[in-house]
Design a protein around this ligand. Sequence first.
Ligand code: GFB
Length: 294
Amino acid sequence: MVGQALVRRLAREECELIEAPRERVDLRRQAAVEEWMEEARPDVVFVAAAKVGGIHANDTRPAEFLYDNLMIEANIIEAARHVGTSKLVFLGSSCIYPKFAPQPINEDALLTGPLEPTNEWYAIAKIAGIKLCQAYRQQYGLDFISAQPTNLYGPFDNFDLTSSHVLPALIRKAHEAKQAGAQDFTIWGSGKPLREFLHVDDLADALVFLAQNYSAPEIVNIGSGDEIAIGDLAEMIGRAVGFEGTILRDASKPDGTPRKRLDTSKLEGLGWRASIDLKDGIDDVYRWYLENWA
Ligand code: GFB
């Protein structure tokens, strides 16, 4: 999803675009990454690739989320150094911050407290990626930066109900309930956790902005300010999809972190802010879902 958004955004820049699709290179394999890098010799690298998933996938596949992400980032960062890449933008995540970090979460909160257990494996891998960028800057003088996006959604999202994030899952549940003429659909947890959502086209724009305008070891948050309780999100999606029944809650499923709104004052100070509002973004993704998935 992030890679596709970057490709759409970079089509508007004067650059030659080189992609590393999954079929061409398994980024978990060091030799494959080295070979790809030697051939491509990119000037700028965006590390969008990662093993990602929603709360259930993170919670039940800890080894994959830790191992795959450590390998992907370590292989790419070291191979980029080897071929003389001049700029690298690494993507972290808002889950790198402590579970009970003060809100909105400032970049300084990194490594100040315990992580949310459902996604600590992914978070540890992403923190290692951040530290790799900082270490390569310190030891080799390389301009490797890292950005921390809030919860993302958009075209090419994953709509598989066991591995997806909440927003695509609820679009699918609401749509299928409407199609089946069902009276209800069920969301996980209490519906009370708050999440901030950023459309992936906004993210891609921010990443290109940072590649062009930011060069420092400190991490940068990318958020939207569009924060909503999961129960309210479900109702909003129900309206967008045209579902008129009841929304039930499954308390046996985890809530995860209670709130993780990012403080985006640093990025705004640099001159960038999000522009796609959540309602428009949901309409956009629902259109994409109808055309490509449903
Ligand atoms: O998006 P999500 O899976 O991940 O879940 P996190 C967000 C909230 O939505 C949780 C609730 O409180 C879920 O319990 N939820 C309700 C649902 N219904 C559903 C449903 O049908 N599917 C899903 N998936 N959730 C992720 C991390 O945490 O945040 C990732 O797991 C990543 O590693 C991402 O960092 C940014 O927001 O809890």
